[in-house]
Design a protein around this ligand. Structure first.
Ligand SMILES: Nc1ncnc2c1ncn2[C@@H]1O[C@H](COP(=O)(O)OP(=O)(O)OP(=O)(O)O)[C@@H](O)[C@H]1O
Length: 270
């Protein structure tokens, strides 16, 4: 993981919100001429639930991989506003990427095993995380015995077991049915609140981004770039009442219009 070498100043005048990271004029070019990102500038504040929303190929996953340190910018830089140690940053992918031969608890313990710190305290933390994601009764089960939603819950437990400052999520619920997705959206907000972490979340879904986020960054493709940012002012906790409110519908309309623009005006809400 990363160690900060720069301090980014607070983005707000009263200092109540601190910048966790800033992408500064980042380009990412693959090979000779695939411009995945052009001049991307983005700040993430501590406590944000920030969604990157945009059409296929606009560079959302590329941006997430750069933040994760899995790839390096061609130009520009990513600055951290706080020191980041091992375990402070975790990533959840669309596939749960569980080890099929290992039990649920052994999957959740993977970050500790990698770090060589498989202590009793680590096991307690893994059990606590499994309880938080509703899988306390499944610690001895194997991934093949779990539904898609349950596997994703294990993946999220593994990501949060180190109590990260930042969790990066790349379309984690895209492969799930709508009912499961709604439930996981609800539970993710509760987890974020109780674990006090910051989330950067990649999605194609207007509805999901509005329900979850306080900030939505809309991206466009060819070249991948940020075209607009929207604030979702609705307070947390957000519940089923928010999902069925006129306010939610209006926010979805605004995000859809911005996405429509990002896609050149050829697609509406999806
Ligand atoms: N390793 C790579 N080598 C070459 N080109 C790449 C590589 N990774 C991504 N790209 C290209 O960069 C662009 C952005 O890809 P990226 O996966 O970041 O988009 P995305 O918005 O996440 O798309 P999707 O929503 O379909 O997952 C695409 O044109 C893609 O083909």
């Amino acid at each position: 993981m990363r160690t900060a070498t720069h301090t980014v100043p607070s983005a707000t005048a009263d200092g109540t919100s601190r910048t966790l990271l800033a992408m500064q004029n980042v380009d990412k070019i693959f090979g000779a001429d695939v411009v995945a990102l052009r001049n991307m500038t983005l700040d993430v504040q501590e406590g944000d639930f920030l969604s990157l929303l945009g059409p296929s190929g606009c560079g959302k996953s590329t941006a997430l991989r750069l933040i994760a340190g899995l790839s390096q910018p061609t130009r520009g830089a990513i600055r951290w506003g706080t020191p980041m140690a091992d375990g402070d940053l975790s990533v959840v992918f669309q596939e749960p990427t569980l080890m099929p031969w290992a039990t649920v608890i052994d999957n959740v313990l993977l970050p500790f095993r990698i770090a060589g710190s498989l202590t009793d305290e680590a096991r307690d933390r893994a059990r606590d995380m499994l309880a938080r994601v509703g899988l306390a009764a499944f610690e001895g089960a194997y991934p093949r015995e779990l539904s898609g939603g349950m596997k994703m819950r294990v993946s999220i437990a593994r990501a949060l077991v180190t109590r990260p400052k930042l969790m990066l999520m790349d379309e984690p619920f895209a492969a799930l049915d709508e009912i499961t997705r709604f439930k996981l959206n609800d539970d993710l907000l509760q987890l974020k609140d109780s674990m006090d972490c910051t989330v950067v979340f990649v999605t194609h879904s207007v509805f999901e981004s509005v329900f979850l986020s306080n900030r939505i960054v809309i991206m466009a493709a060819r070249p991948g770039r940020v075209i607009r940012e929207l604030a979702v002012e609705a307070p947390y906790p957000r519940t089923e009442a928010f999902r069925t409110s006129a306010e939610y519908a209006a926010q979805c309309r605004a995000a859809s219009d911005a996405l429509h623009e990002a896609m050149g005006g050829d697609v509406g809400v999806h």
